[in-house]
Design a protein. Structure first.
Length: 123
């Protein structure tokens, strides 16, 4: 979200991290649940035009998009039972499953749940 919204308090840090990752040759990726969550938030809470503009950036040379199937969702439900991950969202839980499945260790995220789940935050 921070990359899409210039007014977001984390935007500058996110943009710097994104640029650094691109320069290092990192492979950008996201998931279908994250795309749906982000698009819906932008469309409903910010501006539908911004949501559509953001979605256009995902096409072509955009990040690799990880699909989320029923087996991934089944594993994600298990993350929600972990007490140390207080108020974990289902989208974040599916992200954990998909990141582990695709062997992604470094994430551009400000949510400490990712660090608690064993990922390295790159911001």
């Amino acid at each position: 979200m921070a990359l899409a919204l210039a007014a977001d308090p984390y935007h500058e840090r996110a943009a710097e991290a994104w640029t650094s990752l691109q320069r290092s040759g990192a492979r950008p990726c996201t998931s279908v649940p994250v795309v749906i969550e982000t698009f819906t938030y932008l469309q409903r809470k910010i501006d539908a035009r911004l949501a559509h503009s953001w979605s256009e950036g995902l096409r072509g040379r955009g990040p690799e998009l990880f699909a989320c199937g029923p087996e991934d969702l089944a594993q994600a439900w298990q993350w929600l039972h972990r007490r140390e991950l207080h108020k974990l969202s289902l989208v974040d839980a599916t992200s954990f499953v998909l990141l582990k499945k695709h062997q992604v260790r470094n994430v551009l995220a400000f949510d400490t749940h990712f660090a608690q789940a064993g990922f390295r935050l790159v911001v």
